[in-house]
Every structure is written in structure tokens, then in C-alpha cells.
Design a protein around this ligand. Structure first.
Ligand code: NI
Length: 182
């Protein structure tokens, strides 16, 4: 009798565009690693690389679960490092800050300077159910804090002044109207 191999069928998931109430919700913790969760992680990585982006959080594809994916390797001569973080938590940040011009796949083509701690230590569970911990710096630190914010319903524009935030939100509303018209 032939055994059936488990063949993951990866799929691109549509990314929600701000403003959307699903982007403002606090996401639920993950209690166990299931095949459905592994498929979700694969889909998120594929969707992120396809965009292209360096990070993606589940609420951005309408899934209210505490899972983020990221890969901040930019150099061509360094192999990619796809990371999947379940229930990620910032447990320490440096006093030293850094400013980075951030963007977001849910706020396409809009950018703004955001000040965040330059280093962040994060704990999470991996897809094998193991507890992990790592201290991130540089772009990785910015990215992991940006993605964890998504799990708490927070966007990078929430760090900007109200005028800039309103301007960007209006542009996104216009973009969504145009997309809806096709
Ligand atoms: Ni984002």
C-alpha cells in the first residue's frame, strides 16, 4: 500500500491594507503547533518574500494569532534566514535608540522615521515547540519590534505625528477605493 507523503501546498495570502479593523486588534496567543499552523507559517513566508518584504505578522493576512515571520538578510552573498516566531515577546531593550525609515506591507509605498531601541532581546516558541531567545540589533531589531507591534494592533504610523498619520491614512483610503473599483 502506498503511503501518502505530506506535501505542503503553499499559497500566497492577500495582505490587508490600512485602515482595517483587523489590523487594530490584539492577536491571540498560540497554544500548540499544528500542521495548520505550519502551513500558515509557510504561507506567510511565501507571501512576505513575494511582496517583497522583510517581515510579516499574521494579522496582516487577517489571522488574529501571535505569529510573525521575518528575514532581514539583505546581502546577496549571505544565505537567507527565514524565521518564524510564535508568541514573540520583547523581554529587554537597550537604552540606546536608533532611527529607521520604516515602511509596512499594509501601508504600501509610505515611509516614516521611527525611533526605537537599537537592540531588543526577544523570546518566542519555534515550530518545534522549543522556547527560543535572541538579542537582535540593526535592521533585525527594528523589524522584530515592528512585527510584534502588529500583534498588539499597532502600526508604525502610530509613532508619527497626527498630521503625517492622517495624510498617510487618507492616501490608503484612496488606494483602497481605487482597488475596489478595479
Ligand atoms: Ni508592518
Amino acid at each position: 500500500m502506498q503511503a501518502f507523503a505530506y506535501v505542503p501546498i503553499m499559497a500566497l495570502r492577500p495582505i490587508l491594507i490600512h485602515p482595517d479593523p483587523r489590523l487594530k486588534k490584539r492577536a491571540d496567543p498560540i497554544s500548540e503547533v499544528t500542521d495548520a499552523l505550519r502551513t500558515l507559517a509557510d504561507d506567510m513566508l511565501e507571501t512576505m518574500y513575494d511582496a517583497p518584504g522583510i517581515g510579516l505578522a499574521a494579522p496582516q493576512i487577517g489571522v488574529s494569532k501571535r505569529i510573525i515571520v521575518m528575514d532581514c538578510v539583505k546581502e546577496d552573498d549571505i544565505p537567507p534566514r527565514p524565521m518564524v516566531l510564535l508568541n514573540p515577546e520583547v523581554v529587554w531593550t537597550s537604552e540606546k535608540n536608533s532611527t529607521y525609515e520604516e515602511g509596512c506591507l499594509s501601508i504600501p509605498e509610505q515611509f516614516g522615521d521611527v525611533i526605537r531601541p537599537a537592540e531588543a532581546e526577544v523570546t518566542w516558541m519555534n515550530l518545534d515547540g522549543e522556547q527560543m531567545s535572541e538579542k537582535f540589533d540593526g535592521l533585525w531589531a527594528t523589524c522584530v519590534q515592528h512585527e510584534i507591534d502588529h500583534l498588539d494592533g499597532k502600526l508604525f504610523i502610530d509613532y508619527l505625528g497626527p498630521l503625517k498619520r492622517q495624510m498617510i491614512t487618507r492616501k490608503m483610503q484612496k488606494l483602497k477605493r481605487e482597488k475596489a473599483r478595479g
